[in-house]
Design a protein around this ligand. Structure first.
Ligand code: GAL
Length: 673
């Protein structure tokens, strides 16, 4: 199985794009790079089933045998993210329809509607056929269902399924009408048949309807995954099943909710930033993945999972070029390894890439690969060989779990709700708020976990709610219980303002937390994109500001100038032995970092490696009686870091300090403490 104790190295392997002679070279090169897991067949449906019911498995049989002989395990994909041309011709009703009613056509990938019965039946069919043939193949390490669930649809099949989902969720139309506040703009529904998906419309759509559609679609995609998973499991229950999550606000998938349904959380990560932001984004993506893995572990029925460290897998990343808007950016030497180790430090069971070999044709021919167009005599391949060696030396870290005493709460629906165009500012972005808080903690050197409302908080000294917009009584009670148990809290603007249907809590913002925070927000003052407010102490705030009235809290910082001159911007409220902070604007990065450092200090939390120089990232994994310190030098100068232990990458002991060359990393097995 996949868990042979090693860290995984490898990526998407598309042998169907190459002649058989190349397969042999591939296996030889994979062995050189110590590749031990490859995803096969992810977009191969038209080569596996070139015409309805006519299968061609000869090439896949041969490839799987070759890989097995080479000691390389396979994450065998179900190819359902890209139905073949014959399918779209035979089932035009299964092609997706956009919100403005345009039916998309074959020619790219993902041209299917996940609610269309014909698509679902065909997906089950090919999954079952693959299961029957390969479920006991010795190369099979795991099933990789589909690819990056995330596309959406507004066709009649979707609409009918949406109505059924709404009946399940709301029970009756009165409840639906109340949840969606349909008395506004004459949207009251007197019959389920009147309800549609949120299509393109004249002006602002209904916020409750949009939110429910997102939830419904996440559940629909999940059902499509689950039915494939169940078929694969039925063929061989011992083989784990997963799917690779794609990250981004546009993705209509609640990954936390999915986490208990996958045997292993797997993510794809392609940072959009090319400067230092790429490292921050990498850390956040990995912390999110671990959060989902922890959340899934809590809900998993598998007893082995309940006691093991929260583990997940970086299923795809870029070996070199990062595709940023408008151009591709080539990763600097050493950067791919640091990103990989950042993921491993945060719980990934390895570092996998899209893709093994760069193709000569096809839409993504210039996407980077472990074997680039240049071939194996290339910097990128040499770096992947070195990474393979390093991953091999790090197997023991899998016993540890990444340590953190700060929790950041995130929930998909809050992010979706904040994007409604009827919000008081078009600059609101839940992921950006999470990223800003995470970045501040990352730069200050704190380890943090991302938690889902309701997750246990006993291990955290500080809980941060970054614009966690939606809260019902359960979420409010969860936050209160944390504070009453002695935990500290930092809440940023627009948290707890609305209920799960995006209806505003009355009586002053933020309705869910104002007592805990000892304040009441009376009015919002959103800022223009190019506007900022000055804060006492020299910082600035962007995006948002508010009229905050104190009801027990004390001001820590005030607005300077403008209509809010002298009024509280940041506050602190003592609750027993705990402190509940409130931040009513988006502070600049340095100010946010100072603030979170102060909140962490008050909570008794320390940075992972307090004396690490700026630009050196430190992450610790711990197990009973053992710990491993990952040190990543993101600067272009050598850096000396106080630390003790044995560097597993070089085999050199660090006695009091380790000197990291520019752009290099060390992983220390620390002396027992
Ligand atoms: C991923 C996708 C891969 C490939 C890659 C390119 O999102 O799963 O198939 O398209 O992006 O960056």
């Amino acid at each position: 199985m996949w868990d042979d104790g090693r860290l995984c190295h490898g990526g998407d392997y598309n042998p169907e794009q190459w002649p058989a002679t190349t397969w042999r070279e591939d296996v030889a090169l994979m062995r050189r790079a110590r590749v031990n897991l490859v995803t096969v067949g992810v977009f191969a449906w038209s080569r596996l089933e070139p015409a309805p019911g006519r299968y061609d498995f000869g090439w896949l049989d041969e490839v799987l045998d070759l890989l097995h002989d080479g000691g390389i395990r396979v994450a065998l994909a179900t190819p359902t993210a890209s139905p073949p041309p014959w399918f779209s011709l035979a089932h035009p009703d299964a092609l997706p329809v956009t919100a403005d009613g345009v039916r998309l056509h074959h020619g790219s990938r993902d041209t299917y509607c996940a609610a269309a019965p014909a698509y679902r039946a065909a997906a089950r069919g090919i999954a079952a056929t693959l299961a029957a043939r390969y479920a006991h193949h010795p190369a099979l390490a795991m099933w990789h269902v589909h690819n990056e669930y995330g596309t959406t649809c507004h066709c009649p099949h979707t609409e009918a399924a949406f109505r059924r989902w709404l009946v399940d969720r709301h029970g009756d139309l009165d409840t639906l009408n109340a949840a969606w506040a349909t008395s506004f703009w004459s949207q009251h529904y007197a019959d389920w048949a009147y309800v549609s998906t949120p299509r393109a419309t004249q002006y602002l759509g209904n916020p409750g309807q949009l939110l429910d559609f997102r939830r419904f679609w996440s559940d629909t995609l999940l059902a499509a995954y689950v039915e494939q998973r169940d078929l694969l499991k039925a063929a061989n229950p011992a083989v784990p099943v997963t799917t690779n999550y794609v990250l981004g606000d546009w993705v209509p998938v609640d990954h936390a909710r999915w986490a208990a349904e996958v045997d292993l959380v797997a993510i794809d990560h392609y940072p959009s930033a090319v400067d230092g932001g790429a490292e921050e984004q990498t850390a956040l993506a990995a912390d999110l993945a671990r959060g989902w893995a922890r959340h899934g572990r809590l809900r998993s029925a598998d007893p082995a999972r309940a006691t093991a460290p929260a583990t997940w897998l970086l299923m795809e990343s870029a070996a070199s070029q990062i595709h940023t808007p408008g151009r591709a950016h080539t990763k600097e030497p050493g950067r791919m390894a640091r990103h990989s180790l950042s993921h491993v430090a945060r719980g990934s069971r390895g570092a996998m890439f899209f893709q093994w070999r760069a193709p000569t044709g096809g839409a993504e021919r210039f996407h980077s690969a472990l074997v680039p167009h240049t071939g194996a005599d290339s910097r990128v391949f040499r770096e992947s060989v070195r990474l393979g060696e390093h991953l091999d030396r790090l197997a023991e870290v899998t016993a540890g779990e990444t340590a953190a005493s700060v929790a950041l709460a995130a929930d998909a629906a809050s992010g979706w709700a904040l994007r409604h165009p009827g919000m008081p500012s078009e600059l609101l972005d839940g992921h950006a708020e999470l990223a800003a808080a995470h970045r501040a903690l990352w730069r200050a050197g704190y380890g943090c976990d991302v938690v889902v409302p309701g997750d246990p908080l006993d291990r955290y000294r500080l809980l941060v709610l970054p614009a966690l917009y939606l809260a019902d009584d359960t979420t409010a009670g969860w936050v209160r219980a944390h504070v009453e148990a002695g935990g500290h809290l930092l809440v940023s603007y627009l948290s707890g303002v609305a209920d799960p249907h995006a209806r505003v809590h009355l009586g002053g913002y933020p309705g869910a937390y104002r007592d805990l925070l000892g304040l009441r927000v009376e009015e919002f003052h959103p800022l223009a994109a190019d506007e900022q407010v000055l804060l006492s102490g020299g910082g600035t705030g962007r995006i948002w500001s508010e009229t905050v009235q104190l009801h027990g809290a004390e001001p820590v910082g005030t607005y300077v100038g403008g209509v809010l001159d002298g009024r509280p911007a940041v506050t602190r409220h003592r609750v027993g032995d705990s402190t509940a902070w409130y931040v009513s604007t988006r502070p600049d990065d340095a100010t946010y970092r100072r603030l979170l450092t102060e909140a962490a200090r008050t909570a008794g939390v320390h940075p992972v490696c307090p004396d690490a120089p700026p630009g050196v990232e430190a992450v610790r994994r711990t197990a009973p009686g053992a710990s491993w310190l990952f040190l990543l030098n993101h600067t272009d100068r050598p850096q000396r870091v106080p630390a003790d232990g044995l560097d597993l990458l070089t085999g050199i002991p660090a006695d009091g300090a380790v000197t990291l060359p520019a752009g290099a990393a060390a992983v220390l097995r620390e002396h027992p403490r």
